[in-house]
Design a protein around this ligand. Structure first.
Ligand SMILES: [Zn+2]
Length: 457
């Protein structure tokens, strides 16, 4: 049956919460502390301009749309163990071909990553005001390109800013000059963003994992990359980091794993390598990009790699401003998103659902469309951990992620139920009380934690 998507999404969110609480996986852990030995971040003066800004990405200015978001109200009280404080919202503000991301905690703590192009400044200010932002605990200026710092001078003039994190990179542009002048006039503490530096904002747990080097040809590779953890959910904000920075992050041995990835460099071909994607292993990806931009972003190759990773993709050029709401256990979005095709741009089109990557021992035994029951079977000789696995209904484009720690014993079966009559049991999980499967035929696919299809029906 086909239901209205928005209702269906909220029902899904609600029921995932219930499943998580009911399955004993609801022990809210204290967010993983990043390297606490780092203590407060280094404060360093910026070097004199050594890197001229070369590419001047022009603005395709789209005012941020004012999306209202609702926090899903759980139907059960949360477990009594350590809790995260309220919810965390991450707003990927639609600033056209540029980046601007607002991170906002329930207590009002706000951090802004980038501020769009020069003309976006007033729109970003208005958006922050619409979200009741009064003070910015930190501004992260990922790198000195205009599409990232262009609007920040206006933002800094309109809000008290406690700290500005920026890489040790500069530019000879007027845009950079205005930005630095605004930072100086505003009196914010200036902190060099680089791998190992902790985001020093009370209530938020974040650490920079790039840049790892100190001299790059590409200004993009200086991008400050922030990894932010809230409860069990991690966000990775990559700025415009390219392949070189990605490979350095991989080599550094830092954990890159994140549920939500802000895709690097607006989906350019030279970011989001397969190796990087594999290490991050995101469930959701966001591309901040302007419709019809001159750069061909996002590129077919980046989309193909994201498709191969089985992510749910959101794009500001298609979805407008995207708001992710995180309760520490799950993350939900105000937009529907889509699963990008993994079809290679240079080869003939392949079906959206790939053939099984490996036979594996877990497969879909059946999908009862009318009864809303997916039955998985483990034909192998050992238990299989389904953490990070998901089921996707192709027609409805809905995904169910297995709660962490879900296992299926050798020879065992596991049912994933949906629909109004769904009731959880010892070997049955409830996806949602909504009907997820189209009775006229709806292929389903089982993805493993690497995002590979292991079974489809
Ligand atoms: Zn950019």
């Amino acid at each position: 049956m086909v239901l209205r998507k928005s209702k269906l999404l909220w029902a899904f969110v609600l029921l995932v919460c219930i499943v998580l609480l009911g399955s004993g996986c609801g022990n809210k852990s204290t967010p993983t502390a990043p390297d606490s030995t780092t203590g407060t971040a280094n404060t360093q003066k910026l070097a004199e301009p050594s890197q001229a800004s070369t590419s001047s990405e022009t603005a395709k200015d789209t005012p941020p749309s004012n999306q209202s978001t609702a926090t899903p109200s759980p139907t059960q009280s949360p477990p009594t163990s350590t809790q995260v404080n309220g919810t965390l919202q991450v707003h990927f503000i639609d600033v056209g071909q540029a980046d601007s991301i607002l991170i906002k905690a329930s207590d009002g703590t706000a951090v802004l990553i980038d501020g769009g192009n020069n003309p976006d400044g007033p729109d970003v200010v208005n958006y922050l005001k619409s979200q009741q932002v009064k003070v910015l605990a930190a501004v992260v200026a990922t790198h000195p390109h205009e599409d990232h710092i262009g609007g920040l001078d206006t933002v800094i003039k309109n809000f008290p800013v406690k700290a500005v994190y920026m890489p040790n990179a500069s530019s000879t542009t007027k845009t950079f000059e205005y930005f630095i002048s605004a930072v100086t006039a505003g009196g914010a503490k200036r902190i060099q963003a680089k791998a190992g530096v902790t985001l020093d904002v009370p209530g938020l747990t974040g650490q920079f994992i790039a840049p790892n080097g100190s001299a790059y040809e590409e200004l993009n590779d200086y991008s400050a990359v922030l990894r932010l953890t809230f409860g069990k959910i991690t966000f990775l904000f990559t700025g415009d980091a390219g392949e070189l920075s990605e490979s350095e992050m991989l080599k550094s041995g830092q954990s890159l794993k994140a549920e939500v990835l802000k895709v690097g460099h607006h989906g350019s071909a030279t970011s989001t390598s397969n190796a990087f994607l594999k290490a991050v292993s995101p469930d959701y990806a966001i591309i901040s990009v302007g419709a019809g931009n001159d750069y061909g972003h996002p590129t077919a190759s980046a989309l193909s790699r994201l498709g191969g990773a089985g992510v749910m993709l959101f794009r500001t050029d298609q979805d407008g401003t995207i708001v992710a709401t995180c309760d520490g256990e799950t993350v939900t979005f105000n937009k529907k998103g889509s699963m990008p095709s993994s079809a290679s741009p240079t080869t003939s089109p392949t079906p959206a659902i790939q053939p099984p990557a490996s036979s594996g021992s877990v497969s879909i035994a059946s999908i009862d469309l009318g009864g809303e029951v997916v039955t998985l079977v483990n034909n192998g000789g050992s238990a299989v951990d389904l953490t990070g696995w998901k089921i996707v209904s192709e027609k409805g484009n809905q995904a169910y992620s297995f709660p962490g720690g879900t296992t299926i014993p050798p020879g065992g079966t596991l049912k994933v139920l949906s629909g109004p009559k769904a009731v959880a049991g010892t070997s049955a999980l409830v996806w949602t009380k909504s009907n997820m499967w189209n009775n006229d035929g709806d292929p389903g696919a089982l993805y493993n934690s690497q995002g590979k299809v292991v079974s489809s029906k």
